[in-house]
Design a protein around this ligand. Structure first.
Ligand code: ACO
Length: 327
């Protein structure tokens, strides 16, 4: 029989050991545990050491996923690393991962779509495999946001954390990724940006003194956008797959803020027990958030064979996207 589905063969993840709690942040900026907890749901986040980079966590997550899938690095045809914090602007972090894994038969590139990066990469890899590009893909979301956070800006520094999640995708006869949906609106580009370090504002004395190498965000506008597109993206992928929202067993949204997750779930009519949340442990890990949550949900037995899993993300760009998977 002809293989026609792309399936998730296994997942993996990796987070730094160093924990930064809300109480630690109280000593760094004018904030408090109560404000952070009620506004975001975050209690702590993981922070990379100066020795650890995005590629470090990508490698650990990828090795775990490959090992669980029983797939050797030589069998991988495609590597995509979704990230907004690559080790360097070039070469890509995906190429560093390809080297460290010794995945000598893989092509490799980074994909930047803000916090939606992993969902984008999943959709691209699925189309690549279905289109005949190969049999196995490794899709990683990896970040070290602590390195681009302004630790003097209380409105952003309390939100972000570091880590990586990975999936191994393979062709199969049973249903897997049923549908994907991606969207973007560059009119919202300035709502969430890292202004300097690219061709627009190359690194200079001015960019450093003006602190332009750090995340700048209009939190209120991003919040409103997030709730709207989470609902829209979820409904669209459900529609594309021809299923009903009630059939979803586990809802795994981008972990940016518990209030965004709860508002979106309420609008969609998804009940509390179906929502997977780990934002309290890791904060917002951007491209890594959905794959870390997916891996934890699988390891905890929250996702089982045959389940319908809905992934949805939003982020800088602006971007948004969703994927519906039969596990
Ligand atoms: N501690 C204490 N007070 C704070 C802090 C803090 N850490 N940060 C801000 N405040 C203050 C503000 O100064 C403001 O004070 P004021 O009223 O005296 O001016 C007050 O708290 C309220 O601030 P708001 O910004 O209105 O707070 P809000 O309830 O909107 O919550 C938050 C802010 C948590 C940032 C929220 O807007 C949010 O989560 N937005 C979405 C952010 C997001 O998801 N970003 C990720 C996008 S994905 C990607 O690509 C990275």
């Amino acid at each position: 029989m002809r293989e026609q589905w792309v399936r998730v063969l296994a997942t993996g993840s990796s987070v730094p050991e160093t924990v930064l709690t809300n109480f630690d942040l109280e000593k760094m900026v004018e904030t408090n545990d109560e404000w952070i907890t009620t506004r975001t749901g975050i209690k702590e986040r993981r922070i990379a050491t100066s020795q650890e980079t995005t590629a470090t966590f990508a490698l650990q997550a990828a090795k775990e996923a490959l090992c669980r899938a029983g797939v050797s690095p030589e069998e991988v045809d495609l590597i995509i690393v979704a990230t907004v914090t690559p080790d360097m602007l070039f070469p890509s972090t995906a190429c560093l991962l390809q080297r460290d894994l010794k995945a000598k038969n893989a092509c490799a590139f980074d994909l930047e779509a803000g916090c939606t990066g992993f969902v984008y990469a999943l959709a691209v890899a699925e189309k690549y495999l279905r289109g005949g590009g190969g049999r196995v893909a490794l899709v990683v979301g990896a970040e070290t946001l602590s390195k681009i956070v302004d630790w003097q800006d209380r409105s952003t520094c309390v939100l972000f954390g570091d880590g990586a999640g990975a999936v191994v995708l393979g062709l199969g006869e049973e249903p897997g990724i049923l549908a994907t949906y991606l969207g973007s609106d560059g009119n919202g580009a300035s709502l969430l940006e890292l202004p300097a370090g690219g061709s627009r504002f190359p690194a200079s004395f001015e960019t450093i003194t003006q602190r332009l190498h750090y995340i700048k965000m209009n939190g209120n506008e991003v919040f409103k956008f997030a709730v709207r597109v989470m609902e829209e993206a979820s409904n669209e992928v459900i529609h594309r797959a021809g299923v009903n929202i009630d059939e979803v067993d586990t809802f795994i949204p981008h972990q940016a803020n518990i209030r965004i997750i709860q508002s979106a779930a309420k609008r969609l009519g998804i009940t509390e027990e179906k929502i997977f949340v780990n934002v309290h442990k890791y904060g917002n890990t951007s491209s890594a958030s959905v794959p870390i949550a997916l891996d934890e949900a699988v390891q905890e037995g929250r996702v089982r064979k045959g389940d319908l899993v809905l992934l949805v993300g939003f982020g800088a760009g602006l971007t948004w996207g969703s994927a519906l998977i039969r596990w």
